[in-house]
Design a protein around this ligand. Sequence first.
Ligand SMILES: Nc1ncnc2c1ncn2[C@@H]1O[C@H](COP(=O)(O)OP(=O)(O)O)[C@@H](O)[C@H]1O
Ligand SMILES: N[C@@H](CC(=O)OP(=O)(O)O)C(=O)O
Length: 450
Amino acid sequence: MKVAKFGGSSVADHAMLEQVASIIESDPDRKFIVVSAPGKRYDEDEKVTDLFIQLGEQFNSGQDYEVTLFKISQRFQAITDQLGLSDDIVARIENESRRLLRETTNTTHLTDGLKAMGEDSLARILSAYLNKRGTQATYVNPKDAGIIVNPEPGGAQILEKSYDEIHKLTERDGVVVIPGFFGYTETGVLTTFPRGGSDITGSIVAAGVQADLYENFTDVSSVYCVNPKIVNQPQEIHTLTYKEMRELSYAGFTVFHDEALIPAFQKNIPVCIKSTHDPDAEGTMIVASKEDLSQQVVGIASDEGFSSIYVRKYLMNREIGFGQRLLGILADMDISFEHAPSGIDDMSVIIRRDHIKGDKEERLKNRIKNELNADTVDVIHGLAMIMLVGEGMSERLHVASKATKAFADADVRINMINQGSSEVSMMFGIDENKVDQAVRSLYREFFLES
Ligand SMILES: Nc1ncnc2c1ncn2[C@@H]1O[C@H](COP(=O)(O)OP(=O)(O)O)[C@@H](O)[C@H]1O
Ligand SMILES: N[C@@H](CC(=O)OP(=O)(O)O)C(=O)O
């Protein structure tokens, strides 16, 4: 028994949905299907989820939102027309969106309600389409599926007790189609997972029904060792461990959500990343452990948009609790941090740039200066983090020397190195304008040179 999740790129238009239906029908084990909202059909296209977010923002700021609602309806209308389905589904999208706008007084609940409409509608469409083709299928709302989450709008996390409820889905006949990306709180409030969170739903369902395999269908035929948008046709990765994939996803491999590994991992369910365009290709398996650890680095991930808060205070080393108080200010201001390298009289905290938008940066600096009596507080923007990952990274010195050579070859200055507590990764901070040249050089060093 398998769970198959189809991402936004796999359900972007009617032709993709025809392909999705054939993939489902080609394997009777594909019983539980999780879908995203229609994604981009071409580079400049808009994702349906983004359109729904825009709709909510326009409504909240008193702007005209009719054009956006029309765009959304048209997008679904094109799909249902081409698949020969009734107009009811599209009428429902418009009516339900208007009802949400009219009746939802809480802004965050409204945003989540609208955001979920894309996957919810697509699941209804796919289920109707499968039935039209003669394949018995049922749309199951996440509430009926038992997906119960904590009340954190846009950042939901599954509650453990969901799994027993989800397991009851195995009693259902035919194919079960569940919209990804959202669940319900114990008090019945619709709450979405973080962006890209349909991967998380797929993993939760796989854990709940105790699937033999969680197949994640996307627009690439495997996970590559570097982002294919930076290196043309990089080497494919055939097998990864959960640990490796989680590090890589978190550090920039957007192909699979980093929070989607945990549910599958806890129940030891293997994950396979596969291409909707080429479903017979082997794909990438993500498993608990692998025997061959000869490869030191399996992947190089990169991500931009980081800032460093540099704090200097003479005799910081003698001041017990300084780090705790610094991080306490961040926690108090609801800012999460990524890394915190420190020296004798200095400490840097690396955060995501968008955590200190607007006047928050100035407020943060003032608090650090005043409350910690810091000599210097500087915020440096424009940083990128590059992460080398591999369970076989036992000789880390060797990896570090190869990496620093690659940075030097590419004429890229390293601002920060973090060997980290994780035994499987090594992180480098550099100028974000130099990411592509750095990644290409690292790729040459670790994957092309023998
Ligand atoms: N290392 C990588 N291997 C494969 N794809 C990657 C990698 N890093 C980033 N990506 C990007 O992830 C994309 C697939 O993820 P996403 O767009 O979220 O798909 P979906 O719509 O199926 O959820 C690919 O098109 C690719 O550009
Ligand atoms: N549609 C949601 C959730 C999701 O998982 O989408 P995708 O499969 O396109 O990454 C988003 O855009 O965030």
